[in-house]
Design a protein around this ligand. Structure first.
Ligand SMILES: [Zn+2]
Length: 207
């Protein structure tokens, strides 16, 4: 994980990010140019490959990827054309640093916005099989998805995330905004996102 970043490694990561972005966009969770995905490409120091800002997430190329540091600031890689990283990259980096996740997904799924509005103190779910999809028990295990206020300062957002976080819950709702979810790699992060979105829709439907 600490090998030097080469153009080949950056593009390989960009290819994975583009494929997962296209799939999540096909679910209707990345409308317009919203949402972003990231993958850890170095741990010491922390480096993330993150999708470029302002592009259609259904149609990314492997080169539509930026490398950022632990604060979300862009890091130049020799031989790689620099594109602007998502403004939300700083929160991706904080999530990866705090949780040890290898990949982070951020989508503006409607169910996340509705659930965050209805339960600003946290979304409670229990006794449903889909909880196993995020590593929790299907019975007798109450899961509380934390909700934090939205904002533009990613350092502040990161502090809110750390204060609200439950280490057993691999997701975070941002009120009036969307959802972050994470896992050890991009595929796992997508699976978590799919299960969390389903659980939020379920919570809204049975409320
Ligand atoms: Zn967003």
């Amino acid at each position: 994980m600490n090998a030097r970043l080469t153009p080949g490694r950056v593009l390989a990561s960009g290819e994975r990010l583009a494929a997962e972005s296209a799939r999540l966009a096909s679910y209707g969770w990345m409308r317009g140019t919203s949402g972003n995905l990231s993958e850890v490409v170095g741990r010491d120091p922390l480096r993330l490959a993150v999708t470029a800002s302002g592009l259609d997430k259904a149609d990314l190329a492997p080169s539509d990827v930026a490398i950022v540091d632990a604060g979300g600031a862009q890091v130049a890689v020799e031989g790689v054309h620099a594109v602007r990283p998502s403004a939300e990259a700083g929160l991706h980096a904080r999530v990866a640093a705090v949780t040890g996740a290898g990949a982070v997904v951020h989508v503006h799924a409607l169910s996340a916005v509705l659930a965050g509005r209805r339960w600003p103190g946290g979304v409670r779910v229990r006794d449903v099989e889909m909880l196993k999809g995020i590593g929790r028990a299907a019975r007798g295990d109450e899961v509380v998805f934390p909700v934090i206020p939205s904002g533009q300062d990613m350092g502040e957002m990161g502090d809110r995330f750390e204060a609200a976080r439950d280490p057993r819950v691999p997701a975070l709702l941002v009120a009036g905004h969307g959802l972050y979810a994470w896992g050890e790699d991009l595929v796992r992060a997508r699976h978590v996102t799919e299960c969390v979105e389903w659980l939020l829709a379920y919570a809204l439907a049975v409320a």
